[in-house]
Design a protein around this ligand. Structure first.
Ligand code: FEO
Length: 426
C-alpha cells in the first residue's frame, strides 16, 4: 500500500497528482448521509473535479457542490493559475458538479465552456444570464490543449439528458461524470487503496443508472473499445486499478438476467394480488387461468403477502405485462400494492402492459386509483380494470377469465379491437 495522498498542507487544501498532467481538485463530504433525498450513503461522498494541463493551456473538468467551493479553488490554485485556464468541461450540470461554476467563470473569464448539446438550456437556467459563451459538443468532437486532447462522448440519460464523458486521448483516461461513480468518501481516494466500496458502487448503479439500462448499453458501445488506464468519475474512488472491471460490471448489470429461461417469441405476464377474504385471490386465479390459455405467454401468479418487494421489482423489470389485484379498503387500494408501485421508479416501465382488478365491499375506488398510477408510470393499460362486489359469482369469474385471456392476447398482438354495433347504442 502506498502512502495516502496529501490532501491539505497547513490547513490549505492541495491538489492530488494523478499523472504529470492530471490532478484531482475535488472535495470530500464525509458527513453526508442522504443524497438527492433518495440515496443513502453510510460514509458520505466526494465531488471529484480535475485539472488537465496541456502545453497550450489548462482544462478544468467539472466543479463541486457550492458549499465545497473553497476546497476546490484552493486545490486548483495549488497547480494552476486562473489565466492559464483555456477550457472548462462540464460533463453534467447537476448542482453537485456545477456549484462552483459561476465563481470559476468569474475568475477565469477567458475560459471556454464545453457542454453537451442537450445541456444548453440547462446551462442558461443554471447561470440565470443570457450572454455567455459556450461550445456544445457531440460524440467525436475534440478540444486541443496542445500536446493533450480531450474527445467527447455523448452518453445521455446517465443519468440526466445532458450527461457526457470526456476522454484524454494521450493518457487513456476517461472522465466519466456520474457514470462508474458512487457515494463513498475515503481520503485514500484510489480504488486500490480505499475501503471496500463494492456495495456503494452497486447501490449507486441500482438507484441512478438502472432506470436507464438501455442508455447504459448504448454508452458502453462507445466506452468499451477505449484503451483505459484510468476512469475518473465525478463521485467516489478514482478507478486506476483495472478500470475495465467497472465497465464490464456495468455491462453485466445492464444485461437481462436469466435471458435463456424465456424463449424467443415468448412474453411474460405477472399477476400480483393481495386479498383479505379470498375474493381478489379468486379473481386472480381466474385471470391466471384465462391468460394461460394463450400460447407463448408465460404467466406467473404471486401473492404480495409472500415476499419482500425487491425480488418483485426485479421480476417486473424483466416482464412484458403486469396485472395488479387489490381490494379497496377505506376508499383506497391497499398498502402492499402502493408499496410495490412506489418502488418501481428504479426501473424502466415504459410501454409494458398493465392492468388492475379487485373485489370491494362498498365503493371500489382502489382499482381505478391503481390504474391511474400505472398510466402515470407510462404503462400501457389497454383494458379497463374489473371490479367485483364482494364474492365473485360464476359469471363474474368467467369475466375474469376473459380479462386474463384478453390481456394475454393483447400482449401477443392478437387481440381484436371490439366492434361496437351502433344499434346497441340506440
Ligand atoms: Fe452527481 Fe447527477 O450528479
Amino acid at each position: 500500500m502506498s502512502k495516502p495522498p496529501v490532501l491539505t498542507v497547513d490547513g490549505v487544501a492541495q491538489a492530488v497528482r494523478l499523472s504529470e498532467r492530471v490532478h484531482w481538485i475535488g472535495a470530500l463530504d464525509p458527513t453526508l448521509r442522504t443524497f438527492d433525498i433518495i440515496l443513502k450513503t453510510a460514509n458520505g461522498t466526494s465531488y471529484n473535479a480535475y485539472v488537465v494541463r496541456g502545453d497550450a493551456g489548462v482544462a478544468i473538468i467539472d466543479t463541486v457542490k457550492e458549499n465545497f467551493a473553497g476546497d476546490f479553488f484552493a486545490r486548483l490554485e495549488s497547480v494552476a493559475r486562473y489565466d492559464e485556464i483555456k477550457v472548462i468541461v462540464l460533463n453534467h450540470l447537476e448542482p453537485d458538479h456545477t456549484g462552483a461554476l459561476p465563481e470559476l467563470m468569474r475568475r477565469a473569464p477567458q475560459a471556454q465552456l464545453y457542454i453537451s448539446q442537450k445541456a444548453q438550456s440547462m446551462l442558461k437556467a443554471l447561470l440565470k444570464q443570457d450572454a455567455f459563451d459556450f461550445t456544445p459538443v457531440m460524440t467525436g468532437d475534440k478540444v486541443s490543449l496542445g500536446d493533450r486532447t480531450l474527445t467527447f462522448f455523448h452518453t445521455p440519460y446517465l443519468h440526466w439528458p445532458d450527461t457526457q464523458c470526456a476522454y484524454l486521448v494521450e493518457e487513456k483516461t476517461l472522465f466519466s461524470g456520474d457514470v462508474f461513480g458512487c457515494h463513498f468518501c475515503d481520503t485514500r481516494l484510489f480504488n486500490d487503496e480505499v475501503g471496500d466500496f463494492r456495495f456503494s458502487f452497486e447501490y449507486y448503479y441500482a438507484h441512478i443508472m438502472r432506470p436507464f439500462k438501455e442508455y447504459v448499453n448504448r454508452a458502453l458501445i462507445l466506452i468499451e473499445p477505449l484503451p483505459l488506464n484510468k476512469i475518473l468519475p465525478a463521485h467516489g474512488p478514482l478507478l486506476r486499478d483495472q478500470p475495465q472491471r467497472y465497465v464490464q460490471r456495468y455491462r453485466e448489470l445492464s444485461s437481462p438476467a436469466l435471458q435463456s429461461e424465456i424463449s424467443a417469441g415468448e412474453k411474460t405476464l405477472l399477476i400480483f394480488y393481495i386479498s383479505s377474504y379470498g375474493n381478489t385471490r379468486r379473481m386472480a386465479e381466474a385471470i391466471y387461468e384465462g391468460a394461460m390459455a394463450v400460447e407463448h405467454v408465460r404467466v406467473s401468479l404471486y401473492d404480495l403477502e409472500g415476499s419482500e418487494i425487491t425480488p418483485f421489482v426485479d421480476l417486473i423489470e424483466g416482464a412484458d405485462g403486469i396485472l395488479f389485484g387489490t381490494p379497496t379498503i377505506n376508499g383506497d387500494a391497499v398498502k402492499p400494492v402502493w408499496d410495490l408501485l412506489s418502488s418501481l421508479a428504479v426501473i424502466n416501465l415504459k410501454s409494458k402492459l398493465g392492468g388492475v382488478f379487485g373485489s370491494y365491499g362498498w365503493t371500489g375506488e382502489g382499482v381505478k386509483m391503481v390504474e391511474d398510477r400505472l398510466r402515470g408510470l407510462k404503462l400501457r393499460v389497454p383494458i379497463p380494470g374489473i371490479r367485483i362486489k364482494l364474492i365473485p359469482t360464476e359469471e363474474e369469474i368467467q369475466i375474469c377469465r376473459e380479462f386474463g385471456h384478453d390481456m394475454a392476447q393483447d400482449l401477443m398482438g392478437l387481440r381484436q379491437p371490439k366492434v361496437i354495433d351502433m344499434a346497441d347504442l340506440a
